[in-house]
Design a protein around this ligand. Sequence first.
Ligand SMILES: [Zn+2]
Length: 269
Amino acid sequence: MTIEDFLQSAPLYKKCELDEPPLVDDFAQARPQLPCSTCGGNERTFQFARALTRRVGLEGIDTREVVEADEAYTFQYECVGCESFRVTFLITGATNKRVLKSGRSPPPEIQIPKELKTALGSEAPYFTKGRISEEQGFGIGAYAYYRRIVENNIGSLLEQIAKVLPPGEKAYLDALEQVRQSHVADEKIKIVKDLLPATLRPAGQNPLALIHDVLSEGIHSKSDDECLDLAESLRLALTTLVHEVARHSQVQKDFTRALDSLQKSKRTK
Ligand SMILES: [Zn+2]
């Protein structure tokens, strides 16, 4: 992953392999996109403000020095927009030129996308808890929260998909009858996953198939780190699916409204 990806999305304590060996100088060049509490907005550009290390002390950092195993570095970034809001990361070098985030201040604010909040209803707080578990590196916990959300909501999600199907997608509707008879989330998804229309597969990826793969994998012998990856996939597939359904539903509403007003204006002529 790139340093920007690492700063933006790596959970705490997860050892990450960067594309390039992690030079301190590269951290100084990085311009991550982070939320800014002053400007508002989730993706503000941040630039390097300063660095501290245990060994070198305040400010006097050798910018070409490799981030070494067991050495902790503090990198501070400030929002380019307001030049006041700052985010500080504590980065520790791990073996094999990997790095891990051992601290972040202030902690990231967890925001649930609006359409997801609506779709999940009373279960939305579990999504927040899943995100917090992820940020803290609790992979097994995060996985359990997301799995529970998927299992309890998949029925209504599959029904929502039916409402935004393009004309002629009869196979999905037929399969939905079978879905309604099943009480196991895994089976429900299996029945319809390959029938998901292309319009609901962003970049050709099938979020339903991904959810099915992750759910069938099982986590009984997996480490926290491995579960973190599965939890992230589950979260991304779920949010993508909900987002795509909401987007199509909105497009349909707009189109119907446009047709209605066209009809009305014809009638008044
Ligand atoms: Zn700002």
